[in-house]
Design a protein around this ligand. Structure first.
Ligand code: ADP
Ligand code: MG
Length: 315
């Protein structure tokens, strides 16, 4: 049974010159990049009922399983090249697999990303993707490189995906714009690559801004001061929520897959040039400071008590 599914997957896999041997053997053979380049490897799992609602369309699952992985490469400033796919499926449903591949390919194909192997097993619905990319070894964007005085930036808008999830949990209609942010996150690959060598530290916002900026601070041995009223919000989010709920969603809502990065104030023109060149909006939202905590204040300077941080498994 699984061999028929693997054949379907194999028939759609993209060819690439640096894939010496793709799907079909015991393992793939890949041509490593040249001197000065590092391989960049990331893996993320999506479990039904945890990372996406049980009845999510298979194409949306396929898109998102790849998007969350590509977002990790974006946050390193890497260019994606290859990926592997582990599918755990309750049954051998070729229509589900075809739908899944529609979403997966819609993202992979324009990037020239080749699926080179994987595993197909029976079990609760779960999808695990590994992506492999390349970056200039010295210019990769790490979490541990933020410095006191850096400006903190974020791409796009925050809180949209979490607002969609909240509407879904409430059982009412889900705003289509917000829903698209949850189902079809767009990894910021172009911006990430353009920031390599410009930004100091970078992370993608998967767990929520405060939680993820907290990871950067911990790794870098610094604190951060965030201007809550500077956090970028979409019109859809403004239309769907009041001020208090909107601030909470923007500061702590996960699943947006925007980039949060820090750069010296002297690099501001270079940051704006990278944003312009890649067509990606960016907003300055605060500063890296001495210390070890993320603090937030409102536009009038009064402190804003942070709601408890982002999503934690086993929390
Ligand atoms: P093995 O028993 O050696 O692990 P498999 O039957 O699991 O072999 O896989 C056969 C081939 O199909 C391998 O090249 C494997 O990488 C590929 N493959 C299996 N499942 C997938 C999948 N979901 N996506 C892509 N390639 C897959
Ligand atoms: Mg196997």
């Amino acid at each position: 049974m699984e061999f028929a599914l693997i054949d379907r997957i194999r028939a759609r896999a993209l060819a690439r010159g640096d894939v010496l041997l793709g799907i079909g053997d015991d393992a793939a053979l890949l041509q490593p990049p040249g001197a000065g380049q590092a391989l960049v490897v990331a893996m993320d799992t999506l479990n039904a009922g945890v990372h996406f609602p049980d009845r999510t369309a298979p194409a949306d699952v396929g898109w998102k399983a790849l998007a969350v992985n590509l977002s990790d490469l974006a946050a390193m400033g890497a260019r994606p090249a290859w990926c592997t796919l582990s599918l755990s499926l309750p049954g051998a449903d070729p229509r589900w697999v075809d739908g899944f591949l529609d979403g997966f390919d819609a993202l992979a194909r324009p990037l020239g990303l080749a699926l080179v192997g994987g595993d197909t097993t029976q079990g609760p619905l779960s999808v695990c993707v590994t992506v492999i990319g390349m970056a200039d070894a010295g210019a990769a964007l790490r979490r541990d490189a933020a410095r006191a005085g850096d400006v903190v930036w974020v791409s796009g808008t925050l809180g949209d995906a979490a607002a969609a999830l909240a509407q879904w949990r409430e059982g009412g209609d889900i705003d289509a714009v917000l829903r698209a942010r949850l189902d079809r996150p767009a990894p910021r690959l172009l911006l990430g690559a353009a920031l390599a060598g410009v930004a100091n530290a970078c992370i993608d916002v998967s767990d929520g801004l405060v939680a993820d900026l907290g990871h950067v601070c911990r790794a870098s041995g610094v604190g951060a001061s965030v201007d809550v009223d500077a956090l970028p919000a979409s019109d859809a989010l403004r239309g769907a929520t009041g001020t208090g709920a909107r601030r909470r969603l923007q500061a702590t809502g996960g699943d947006d897959y925007e980039l949060c990065f820090t750069a010296p104030a002297t690099a501001t023109d270079a940051v704006l040039a990278a944003a312009h060149a890649t067509g990606t909006p960016v907003t300055a939202i605060g500063r890296i400071v001495a210390g070890d905590r993320v603090e937030a204040q409102l536009a009038d300077g009064s402190p804003w008590a942070l709601p408890s941080a982002g999503y934690q498994h086993f929390g």
